[in-house]
Design a protein around this ligand. Structure first.
Ligand code: GLU
Length: 283
């Protein structure tokens, strides 16, 4: 078993991150496997070296060890470019010049105050979607996946295994993903990749067998399985875990400094105190 923890260095790790990292670590260790770390720093405007260093410090303090070298997404642009090239060669991606407000305007009136949302934000109404395949797109604009064409590819059923709180075999297909997510973004202007593309390419390159991550990302998993199919990459098993919430039931956010691991450390807590707080067995 190979698992990973893939934080973005855009703020302090909190209890929710600690739970995710320790669970992925414990699962790998219990199976005699490998635990890896990946720094998801494609958002160069929000990622900061100080947060990256604090990730290493916090994880070490928690008693976790990981196999080196650490993968950093900012070093991986050639791998993402290659994947975009593969999608482009299939005619599946197209440049989109719509701004966020253009997308909102084109999406029409929100129903009961909310726009139709998918795991990639407001479901894109397809303003820039070309009727036919276009090959060899330049990666200097936002690029979207043409789900109308993807649905015509006869990819068949896409299946993946889920373990954790909701164990079972999941089945989806490109047409359903098109309805649930719309033409999701595969590459962002100035970033030359997207969360979805990078995570799929990196999980494959790190040979991750079990993706352990929060249930908040469950809805994005069909996008990842579709990309794996299009890029001829293996599909790992997905383990979506419970989210750690505050006493009002709200999910912890990055800015929730009150539950930052560094704060618990400074206050004299031990790693086993953190384990008890998130209901993981002590070590
Ligand atoms: N970088 C993502 C996050 O911090 C991780 C997503 C994933 O595990 O796939 O939420």
């Amino acid at each position: 078993m190979i698992t990973r923890f893939a934080p973005s260095p855009t703020g302090p790790l909190h209890l929710g991150h600690a739970y995710s990292a320790m669970l992925a670590h414990d699962m790998a260790m219990a199976a005699g496997g490998t635990f890896l770390l990946r720094i998801e720093d494609i958002d160069q405007l929000r990622s900061k070296p100080v947060w990256e260093q604090q990730i290493y410090d916090d994880l070490e303090w928690l008693g976790l060890t990981w196999t080196k070298p650490v993968m950093r997404q900012s070093d991986r642009l050639p791998a993402y470019k290659k994947a975009l090239g593969q999608l482009s060669a299939q005619g599946l991606i197209y440049p989109c010049i719509c701004s966020r407000s253009d997308v909102k305007r084109a999406a029409g009136a929100p129903q009961e105050g909310v726009f139709p949302m998918g795991p990639d934000g407001i479901i894109y109404p397809g303003t820039c979607r070309p009727k036919q395949k276009i090959c060899n797109v330049k990666i200097h604009e936002n690029l979207r996946c043409n789900m109308t064409l993807a649905a015509d590819l006869n990819l068949g059923e896409l299946t993946f295994e889920e373990t954790g709180e909701d164990t079972g075999t999941r089945t989806t297909n490109a047409a359903k993903i098109g309805i649930d997510t719309g033409d999701f973004v595969v590459s962002r202007k100035h970033m030359f990749t997207s969360y979805h593309l990078s995570v799929v390419v990196d999980d494959a390159d790190q040979k991750i067998s079990h993706v352990v991550r929060g249930a908040d990302i469950r809805e994005a998993t069909p996008i990842h399985v579709l990309l794996q199919k299009l890029l001829k990459l293996p599909t790992p098993t997905y383990h979506h875990h419970k989210l750690i919430r505050d006493e009002t039931g709200k999910r912890l956010a990055k800015r929730d400094d009150a539950r930052a691991i560094s704060k618990y450390r400074a206050e004299g807590a031990t790693p086993n105190d953190i384990r008890r707080l998130v209901d993981l067995p002590e070590v």
